[in-house]
Design a protein around this ligand. Structure first.
Ligand SMILES: [Zn+2]
Length: 181
């Protein structure tokens, strides 16, 4: 396995564990040359999953694309790459277990949201805004309020979330500036 940072092929396994469903082995490796760390997965080869998009077209399930999508929602949030990889892993396993060769993209979005909700509320709302295709700010706010009630957030946090959302509603697709908080 070639180091993604320097290309050296000598590395050692520093941690090895089975994934939750036991369908994959996850290995944390350290490059012998640059000491960079990276993760590899060993898994059973399965019938490939296809994603059915909103326009009805099919595309192969792409794990790294899913991870990138979650990373965008988690930009500058205290969410570790390992947590994001973990979400992708759990979802891929759930879909494989369900045995459905074809999966609706909305279903994947819902699965991601369910997990992000428990990890980071701002990332959750950002992700929800893309996958639910919320168009009205009130819809964002309802989602946030429901979340805040569920999690028992105080008013200051709720105000912060609402300010994040109103920023996003005025600049669709733009980045969110949280530095003012
Ligand atoms: Zn290296």
């Amino acid at each position: 396995m070639r180091c993604p940072y320097c290309g050296n092929t000598n590395n050692r396994v520093v941690d090895s564990r089975a994934s939750r469903e036991g369908r994959a082995i996850r290995r944390r490796r350290e490059c012998q040359s640059c000491q960079g760390r990276f993760t590899t997965y060993e898994r059973i080869e399965q019938q490939p999953l296809s994603i059915k998009k909103r326009d009805g077209s099919l595309e192969p399930f792409d794990r790294s694309k899913l991870i990138r999508g979650i990373q965008v929602a988690c930009a500058r949030r205290p969410v570790r790459l390992e947590q994001i990889e973990g979400i992708a892993e759990v979802i891929e396993e759930a879909l494989e277990r369900a045995g459905a060769g074809e999966v609706d993209s909305q279903r994947i979005g819902t699965l991601v949201m369910e997990r992000l909700r428990d990890i980071d509320q701002v990332a959750y709302v950002r992700f929800a805004s893309v996958y639910r295709n919320f168009q009205v700010t009130e819809e964002y706010l309802d989602a946030v309020r429901a979340l805040a009630e569920r999690r028992g957030y105080d008013d200051a946090q709720l105000d912060f979330l609402e300010s994040v959302l109103s920023d996003e509603s005025t600049t669709p697709g733009g980045s969110v500036d949280e530095d003012g908080e």
